[in-house]
Design a protein around this ligand. Structure first.
Ligand SMILES: Nc1nc2c(ncn2[C@@H]2O[C@H](COP(=O)(O)OP(=O)(O)O)[C@@H](O)[C@H]2O)c(=O)[nH]1
Ligand SMILES: [Mg+2]
Ligand SMILES: [Zn+2]
Length: 294
């Protein structure tokens, strides 16, 4: 009888196409199918997942198990993300602070490190934007600091987000020209159809990966994720020194008497735009159904 020799590995899914997953393990790339047991448990493997696989001599390789996820996103469908790089342009399109702060809160809530990359500083000076976010405790880069950005990304899994036209593809191409992403308005329009399949792939850069998701916009992420109102203040990292210091333990930090957060705002320790985003997002979070909201 023919024996089907099997070797077991642990690796990471870096690509998924049409029911096949491509797993990087022990320095090689293996094409695998998800095992029936995973389908039964209704767990769909995600790009970024750490998995155990069986590599077989005579038959299809299988993903046998998915290791516990650190975090995941619905759109882009990705697991175990270390960094969310939020790309913001100084103009065309103009920055939308509410959108930026919403994306930051989603990332914070999932334990993903949000960073800000400011583009088009050559057209309009981005110092004010940079100051808001560095004062709030974030790593902020300008898109011409490519070496610094690469150094920061090393060893991490990075997902990019930001409005269409901010310069994501341009920057990604500078980080690694092998990406060869098309840029500019026209290519953006032409490219749209191509990306409707929501194909995601992790692209190896140094010791880390960049999620190559050119078709995704921040809108997808905003739509698919929510932060409950009880958690929201904790997703504004510069609020943390003041939380627990308000007069009332139930303080929502909005027009509340003896609120340490609004005091910090008035003392100039919290940026106005950040606080405004908090109040808007809090109003949105109140609309999440009561039974879902903690
Ligand atoms: N002046 C200027 N233009 C930029 C900069 N970064 C990108 N662009 C231009 O902005 C347009 C949109 O860039 P693209 O990378 O396609 O944006 P994406 O939609 O976020 O991927 C293109 O025409 C780029 O050449 C920048 O730093 N300065
Ligand atoms: Mg693009
Ligand atoms: Zn308060």
């Amino acid at each position: 009888m023919l024996s089907d020799l099997t070797e077991k590995f642990t690796g990471r899914i870096i690509k998924g196409i049409g029911g096949f997953y491509y797993v990087e393990a022990a320095g090689s790339l293996y094409e695998c199918k998800a095992k029936g047991i995973l389908r039964k448990k209704r767990i769909t493997p995600l790009v970024g997942d750490f998995v155990t696989i069986s590599v077989k001599e005579q038959s299809e390789n299988t993903i046998d198990d998915i290791l516990e996820r650190k975090n995941s996103l619905v759109r882009p469908p990705l697991a175990n993300i270390d960094v969310l790089a939020i790309v913001v342009s100084t103009c065309s399109p103009m920055p939308n602070f509410l959108v930026i702060d919403k994306l930051i809160s989603i990332a914070e809530n999932k334990g993903i490190e949000p960073i800000i990359i400011v583009t088009k500083n050559d057209l309009v000076c981005g110092e004010d934007i940079q100051k808001i976010y560095s004062d709030s405790g974030f790593n902020v880069f300008s898109n011409d600091e490519v070496d610094k950005i690469k150094e920061f990304f090393n060893g991490k899994v990075v997902a990019f987000t930001g409005n269409s036209g901010v310069g994501k593809s341009t920057l990604l191409n500078k980080i690694d020209s092998r990406l060869g992403l098309s840029t500019g308005e026209i290519s953006e329009k032409l490219g749209r159809g191509r990306h409707t399949t929501r194909h995601v792939e992790l692209f190896k850069i140094g010791d880390g990966y960049i999620a190559d998701t050119p078709g995704f916009s921040s809108v997808d992420m905003e739509r698919c994720e929510q932060v409950f109102k009880a958690d929201l203040a904790y997703c504004f990292r510069e609020f943390k020194p003041f939380l627990g210091k308000c007069r009332f333990t139930s303080c929502a930090h909005i027009n509340d008497l003896g609120c340490a957060v609004t005091q910090a705002l008035n003392d100039g320790k919290i940026a106005k735009s950040r606080y405004n985003s908090y109040t808007s997002l809090y109003e949105d979070a109140k609309k999440i159904k009561e039974w879902e909201n903690k």
